[in-house]
Ligand binder design. Structure first.
Ligand SMILES: Nc1ncnc2c1ncn2[C@@H]1O[C@H](COP(=O)(O)OP(=O)(O)O)[C@@H](O)[C@H]1O
Ligand SMILES: [Mg+2]
Length: 381
């Protein structure tokens, strides 16, 4: 693949103005800051002008200079966090699309047109269709999945319904909605106990393994449900795949409108105390996890997983990019675990690593995603 040249300066300016939106109110705030630092560090500054938009933990929008974004790193084991003090910023709808207005003292004086936005936000209010809806309302072109695909990809319950209806393999599960729990928690726990154990109890719209527990015995179910409810009032309980291999595949939309492409696979091998790919294994390097990129799998299985990844991408109506994660059972059955419409995207994350192993290095990946976003029309498509 060759580097794709985005049409520079869609508004006649020398460089394409890319709004990098990051941080956010979800529990993955810090991870998003790390991703933003990686993206800003890799964008070719000759061709792109970065417009930094941070969303603080409290939800305020603030203007961020590129240099300040690049400084968001893990320091002394501490994950980065946005300061609440920076200058307030808002997106404004104008005839040609949108502009970012930054407040100076009492007035929103400085305005910068935005050519394209990339929201490197994970979790609810970022990866779930909400910010995509805001971009739609503002006439802003943006990278990645639209409103519906983002929402479906985020919600592990609706994701499974859509995939199952499309004839794609997903595991057995039970959902406990906030209404179910309020009406009859005992009945809700009984329904979940009917699944074979171990089970995985998860916030339905979570990420980074936060709030997830592996539960071996029915008597531990309630505590796990309450732990998941701390992240999301809606909880999903899934049958655990014991002894399964965990594989991941990157999917990218094609610039020429052809079918989406699948990357080389990655395999996650964990020996964590929790027994699964938990938060520490994902972000703290000293944990017991081995990541094989590319995965050592036989070619037939690789093709099967790649095809399934593309079909999953298409089933939810995804755009731009996604990472599809699957389990391969000891009987060699392949089951979709989840699709992430804004996968971890630091230069060291699995999605960029899988594409690097497939011949698309990180800066080129960004070029391609930005070109795809500039190419597509705003509005219904
Ligand atoms: N049904 C399952 N069977 C076996 N392991 C699971 C199951 N569901 C999740 N896991 C383990 O938990 C990890 C996190 O679950 P996942 O659904 O991917 O949540 P997240 O969206 O937070 O990444 C997975 O990477 C895997 O190691
Ligand atoms: Mg996952």
């Amino acid at each position: 693949m060759t580097a794709s040249q985005p049409p520079s300066g869609p508004r006649g300016s020398a460089r394409t103005r890319v709004a990098v939106v990051f941080g956010g109110t979800s529990s993955e705030h810090s991870i998003s800051c790390l991703t933003a630092a990686g993206v800003v560090g890799a964008l070719d500054h000759e061709r792109y002008e970065v417009i930094g938009i941070g969303i603080t933990r409290s939800g305020r929008w603030v203007a961020m200079e590129s240099e300040a974004i690049a400084d968001l790193q893990v320091l002394g084991g501490q994950l980065p966090e946005l300061s609440e003090d920076a200058a307030e910023a808002v997106l404004v709808r104008v005839a040609a699309g949108s502009e970012l207005a930054v407040r100076h003292q009492a007035a929103f004086a400085q305005r910068t047109p935005v050519d394209v936005a990339i929201a490197v936000l994970h979790g609810p209010f970022g990866e779930d269709g909400t910010i995509q809806g805001l971009f739609e309302m503002m006439g802003t072109r943006y990278v990645g999945a639209g409103v519906l695909a983002s929402a479906v990809g985020m919600d592990k319950h609706f994701m499974k319904l859509v995939l199952a209806a499309s004839g794609l393999p997903v595991g057995p599960f039970v959902v406990i909605s906030p209404a179910d729990w309020a009406r009859d928690p005992v009945a809700a726990l009984d329904a979940a106990s009917a699944l074979p154990f171990p089970v995985f109890v998860k916030p339905a719209r979570g990420g980074s393994s936060l709030g997830i527990s592996k539960v071996d015995e029915p008597q531990d179910l309630e505590a796990a449900v309450r732990a998941a409810q701390a992240y999301d009032p809606k909880v999903i309980i899934e049958q655990g795949f014991v002894g399964a291999r965990e594989l991941e595949c990157g999917v990218l939309a094609a610039l020429d409108g052809g079918p989406p492409q699948a990357s080389e696979l990655a395999e996650i091998r964990v020996q964590t105390e929790s027994g699964f790919y938990d938060f520490d294994a994902k972000y703290l390097p000293e944990e017991q996890v081995r990541l094989d990129v590319p995965a050592d799998v036989d070619p037939e299985l690789a093709v099967q997983v790649q095809k399934l990844a593309v079909r999953t991408f298409e089933a939810i109506g995804c755009e731009g990019l996604a990472r599809v994660d699957v389990f391969v059972t000891p009987e060699e059955r392949v089951v979709v675990n989840e699709i992430n419409t804004m996968p971890g995207f630091t230069p060291h994350s699995m999605f960029p690593r899988m594409w690097a192993a497939s011949g698309v290095p990180y800066p080129e990946l960004l070029d391609r995603l930005i070109s795809l976003a500039l190419q597509r029309p705003v509005g219904l498509r």
